[in-house]
Design a protein around this ligand. Structure first.
Ligand code: PBG
Length: 326
């Protein structure tokens, strides 16, 4: 006589010790990358209203925050620069003394041995129209003219010592032309992270404040349509073939299905970006006492890892790294 139920799945959940032993997904400090903002002309950090706990940094506060992140054990930092002057072609992006390139040099000197120092490679913070590329006379974003600007920006970032370039502009062919240009100048070790499946998302809202975005309109002619999973996977496959060392899915939580399929399809590391809106939503709900902040943050990151991310860009990186160390 068999007793009911025959299958007792709860046996695996009975104590913290058993649960820990059978947990399928890990979350470690070194799997987290901290995005950071540095703004030209600031003398001290300036808080970003829509992202409580995140700031635009001065050079000094940037250095101090990067040291803190390194001490917390995070895997890397991803730098975004906000220039004092903008123009149509984003001249400050590839100027050797442009804010992003100066900050890169400073961070490589300060924390370059402990952290992978990474730089955002895109024009949107540097153009006066706020688009990720340069514009054609008809106002459209000119793919191939933008690739020339990206190439110049890549060389400037590599010369500044960036270990890894984050190609976030969603122009066709960007990985191939940048790899070729870097190799031709001897930068064969500079890593390329392709924001392969980057969606035109409402969850970037707070970031626009963070970088003082000049954009009017949207990025739907270059970023992916949120309805398309297959096309996101295709982007990742193309970027891997063009020579990307790592591919990315962005945003994270609204696109976990894409993340899983990309992880199952390509053979390079896959990262995900938990973007500003994802951060702001949890912070806002927690500030209202509606969710347990720490538990929600950890669950969100664990979910992104479970869906297939080998590493995650998150504004909580140092704080979570310290929690994980406790
Ligand atoms: C563009 C860029 C964006 C983000 C990172 N890089 C904004 C956009 O595409 O509009 C968003 C990051 C975030 O929301 O946290 N260079």
């Amino acid at each position: 006589m068999s007793r009911f139920p025959q299958t007792r799945l709860r046996r695996l959940r009975q104590t913290p010790a058993v649960r820990q032993l059978v947990r399928e997904t890990t979350l470690r400090p070194e799997q987290l990358v901290l995005p950071m903002f540095v703004r030209e002309g600031l003398t001290e950090a300036s808080p970003i209203g829509s992202m409580p706990g995140v700031a635009q940094h001065s050079m000094d506060s940037l250095r101090a925050a990067a040291v803190e992140a390194a001490e917390a054990g995070v895997g890397g930092v991803m730098l975004f620069g906000i220039p004092a002057e903008r123009d149509a072609r984003g001249s400050a992006a590839d100027a050797p003394h442009g804010i992003l390139n100066l900050a890169t040099e400073a961070l490589v000197a300060e924390v370059g041995d402990a952290l992978v120092v990474q730089t955002d490679l895109c024009l949107d913070e540097f153009t006066d129209h706020g688009h990720c590329g340069v514009l054609a006379p008809d106002g459209s974003v000119d793919n191939d003219a933008t690739l020339e600007r990206y190439t110049s920006m890549a060389l400037a970032q590599a010369r500044a010592g960036s270990h890894l370039l984050g190609l976030s502009g969603m122009m066709d062919g960007q990985v191939a032309v940048i790899r070729q240009a870097l190799d031709a100048e001897g930068f064969t070790d500079t890593l390329l992270l392709a924001y392969a499946a980057k969606y035109a998302s409402a969850f970037y809202g707070p970031f626009r404040e963070a970088v003082d975005s000049q954009l009017k309109g949207d990025r739907r002619t270059y970023q992916l349509d949120p309805g398309n999973r297959r096309e996101g996977v295709r982007e990742a496959v193309v970027d891997e073939a063009e020579g990307a060392d790592i591919v990315m899915v962005k945003p994270a939580m609204a696109f976990l299905d894409v993340l899983r399929e990309v992880r199952d399809t390509v053979h390079v590391p896959v990262w995900a970006y938990q973007v500003s809106g994802e951060y702001a939503m949890i912070e806002a709900a927690a500030a209202n006492g509606w969710i347990d902040r720490r538990a929600a943050v950890l669950e969100s990151l664990l979910s992104i890892r479970r869906a297939g991310a080998d590493a995650v860009l998150t504004y909580w990186a140092p704080e979570v790294a310290r929690w994980l160390d406790d």
